[in-house]
Design a protein around this ligand. Structure first.
Ligand code: SR1
Ligand code: MG
Length: 431
């Protein structure tokens, strides 16, 4: 848990009663919203774990407002959390917007002292996780998220940046330690030990939770991933790239909420999105109207999982080939046909390593959503507890194998095939 640092003088958490006056005092926002501020409609809609989120509707336009609280909203004031996360979010959002235009919300206003960002109101977009619970297909998503990841990861890596710029970026994000610590604890540590905040579907999954705490191979594997997370400053990460951090329609995708941004291993971001697709896949049994009713949707999820990686891989390599501007792999060392062939082979090896990291980090993210503090509504909303535990146990079993035996998953098709097989398994549950 973070030390309690007092909020800066003047910091005030907004409410639906106070926000109108705040926004009306910022002339460009007042003009954007339009009309009489007293008539603006304001709703608090935050359903995430950390912050306040408001929708504000003026006579002309609407805006979204996100404000950090000095504590973790999910847990309360007993868990202080620095407001500086809004600073890192703003910095990451600005960089992501530059690298992937049109794939993030536009920022209209940032107030560092209030830890408050005013941005584009995304409507009729919805949170992707909710759309997937409702079996909605998003035919453009793989294209959009692969572009977002290929650009934000490639162009902030040593493949694209000079060492000087890369080190400046590491320094700029180095202070986001409290948010990194949440990840270090909640994803890489707590699910594998007795921790006060852990929870799982009990008693059905009690034996799994106990086995996961006793599993030496798994604890070594997750510790290796944690070490990568702690030490591998590969690129600027979103840091929390799950389907709750995406708002979209069938034709427009936006990535939101990069407050966990820092310079870390790329597979942590690519793994996050794959993990959440696999969790959605396993959860569909708990949401379908009758057995088999969502077979086609399940196949859409798996096909899209494969597309996400395939498109990402293609775009990342294309960036590398077109713009090898970084200090890594200096073009001078790879001249001529022989040099080009060596570099091409090295690119293959780099992407294979990144895929294996993706599989490992995806596994860690699946396990934390089932045995740790913060769960996903994809699974939590399954009312039939036994059915929920069945879906969760399948995800746990696949995740364990992904983490301990990544060589079983040389390509995305091997992963999706394993998911299909695992769905056919009837797990043992406690009663
Ligand atoms: C205490 S914060 C729990 C989780 O919420 C965020 O979305 C991150 O995933 C974090 O791990
Ligand atoms: Mg978030």
């Amino acid at each position: 848990m973070s030390e309690k640092t007092p909020p800066p003088p003047g910091y005030m958490p907004q409410t639906v009663e106070t926000l109108g006056a705040y926004l009306a005092a910022v002339q460009p926002l007042r003009a954007r919203l339009g009309g009489d501020p007293a008539a603006w409609r304001i709703e608090e809609v935050g359903d995430g774990n950390l912050n306040l989120v408001f929708k504000v509707y003026g006579e002309k336009e609407g805006v979204a407002v996100k404000q950090a609280l000095p504590y973790v909203r999910l847990v309360g004031e007993a868990w202080p959390l620095p407001l500086s996360r809004a600073h890192y979010e703003h910095m990451a959002l600005s960089e992501q917007a530059r690298l992937s235009p049109g794939l993030t919300p536009e920022i209209f206003h940032y107030d560092e002292n209030q830890a408050l960002i005013v941005m584009e109101l995304l409507e009729p977009h919805i949170i992707m996780r909710r759309g997937m619970i409702g079996a909605r297909e998003y035919p453009r998503f793989a294209e959009a998220i692969s572009t977002f990841m290929a650009n934000s990861l490639y162009f902030t890596s040593d493949l694209a940046l000079t060492a000087e710029k890369k080190k400046a970026m590491i320094a700029a994000f180095a202070g986001n330690t409290a948010l990194c610590k949440i990840t270090e604890d909640l994803i890489f540590t707590d699910p594998y030990r007795i921790a006060k905040l852990n929870r799982w579907t009990s008693p059905e999954l009690d034996t799994y939770a106990a086995q996961w705490r006793e599993d030496g191979d798994l604890k070594v594997a997750v510790s290796q991933l944690k070490l990568k997370f702690l030490s591998q400053a590969q690129a600027m990460l979103h840091g929390d790239l799950h389907t709750g951090s995406v708002m979209l329609t069938e034709t427009d995708t936006r990535v939101i909420d990069p407050e966990f941004a820092f310079i870390g291993p790329m597979g942590f971001d690519t793994g996050a999105i794959i993990a959440n697709f696999l969790l959605s896949y396993f959860s569909q049994d708990g949401h379908e109207e009758s057995p088999g009713a969502r077979d086609a949707y399940r196949e859409w999820i798996l096909a899209t999982t494969e597309d996400i990686w395939t498109l990402f891989d293609r775009k990342f390599r294309a960036n590398w080939i077109a713009q090898p501007t970084g200090d890594a792999y200096p073009p001078d060392l790879f001249q001529g046909a022989l040099g080009a062939a060596r570099l091409a082979a090295e690119r293959n090896s780099y992407m294979q390593t990144l895929w294996h990291d993706t599989v490992g980090f995806a596994a860690a993210k699946m396990i934390r959503r089932i045995l740790g503090l913060a769960h996903n509504i994809d699974l939590d909303w399954i009312k039939d507890q036994k059915l929920r535990a069945t879906c969760e146990a399948r995800a746990l079993l696949l995740a364990r194998d992904m983490m301990v035996n990544p060589q079983n998953y040389p390509a995305p098709a091997a992963l999706t095939q394993a998911a299909r097989r695992m769905r056919g398994v009837t797990p043992q549950l406690n009663s």
